[in-house]
Design a protein around this ligand. Structure first.
Ligand SMILES: *[C@@H]1O[C@H](CO)[C@@H](O)[C@H](O)[C@H]1NC(C)=O
Ligand SMILES: *[C@@H]1O[C@H](CO)[C@@H](O)[C@H](O)[C@H]1NC(C)=O
Ligand SMILES: *[C@@H]1O[C@H](CO)[C@@H](O)[C@H](O)[C@H]1NC(C)=O
Length: 272
């Protein structure tokens, strides 16, 4: 089934690059994509112009600015969004070896609903902040979704390097976790290969709400909010959280993370 699945996915990417408004229903019994997926893309016209221009630039063999991109590939990220406004991703089962959905710079007004993710690395905003000058991510909602045995659930990840990037006004709500290694994680200390010695992330994270998130963590630290020392996270909200570590209690870790909690929050909030 792999070839059929792969062909469908790559076809989808091309369609998304070429068409302004696409509604695609794909149904298949098995394979790398979903059993029944709906990808609705509403754009303000950004797909056409930039996509076509980008590929023309690439074909001419030049060094090209990052394109507007929505890709869906079987072996890497399930769906990658960046430089895009007003996209909706819904009703999809994503099984992959990397992020189920990854959200890159310049993503605005993204709505993700009714996704099942797993296996995979979860839904990730980032990695961001690899560049000094980078577009931010704002207005992202992830709702009514389930993560099963994934490496991460809801992740925000930035390089520990200077950047003018930002992440703001994010809502993660109505989520079920089943044996997820990092159900809730902010990691602003990402730096493989020691490419950022003694540096901290310049990406400012603010206004992130986690609401009604329940289930099981496969690691004792179920909530890990590791923010930048130079740009602490602000306006983090935790509400109605209950994550357990098998039948023991899970723990929460905070560093440079400010905000508030209300309702039941288990493990207890460590926000300052
Ligand atoms: C993001 O949402 C806020 C209100 O929630 C709105 O004021 C702002 O214009 C939105 N940003 C974009 C890029 O549309
Ligand atoms: C949290 O979930 C566990 C497992 O479902 C449950 O036993 C426990 O009562 C819940 N805690 C609260 C405070 O709701
Ligand atoms: C859960 O707790 C019970 C009673 O303490 C214990 O017998 C059982 O092995 C525990 N299960 C797991 C998965 O840790």
């Amino acid at each position: 089934m792999a070839p059929a699945g792969a062909a469908l996915c790559l076809g989808l990417m091309e369609l998304l690059l070429l068409r302004q408004v696409i509604r695609l229903l794909a149904t298949q019994d098995s394979g790398f994509c979903s059993t029944r997926s709906t990808v609705l893309a509403y754009t303000g016209g950004t797909f056409d112009a930039k996509g076509a221009g980008y590929w023309a630039c690439r074909k001419a063999g030049k060094s090209c600015p990052p394109p507007t991109r929505v890709s869906w590939s079987p072996n890497t990220d399930g769906i990658h969004i960046q430089s895009s406004t007003g996209i909706t991703i819904s009703n999809s089962a994503i099984r992959t070896g990397d992020d189920c959905i990854s959200i890159g710079p310049g993503t605005k007004n993204l709505w993700i609903e009714r996704i099942t993710c797993g296996p995979g690395h979860g839904i990730s905003i980032g990695s961001l902040g690899d560049y000094l000058v980078e577009e931010g991510v704002e207005n992202v909602t992830v709702t009514v979704s389930v993560f099963t045995r994934t490496q991460n659930g809801l992740r925000i990840k930035t390089w520990a390097r200077p950047s003018n990037g930002f992440v703001r006004n994010i809502r993660f709500q109505n989520i079920r976790m089943r044996s997820v290694f990092n159900p809730i994680i902010i990691d602003q200390n990402y730096c493989p290969d020691y490419r950022c010695p003694h540096q901290s992330s310049g990406v400012k994270i603010s206004g992130v709400t986690y609401k009604n998130i329940k289930g099981t963590s496969a690691k004792e630290v179920a909530v890990s909010l590791g923010c930048s020392p130079s740009k602490p996270c602000t306006g983090i909200k935790l509400q109605d959280i209950n994550l357990t570590y098998f039948n023991k209690s899970a723990t929460a870790y905070c560093k440079n993370a400010q905000g508030s909690s209300n309702g039941i929050v288990v493990p207890g909030s460590c926000l300052s």
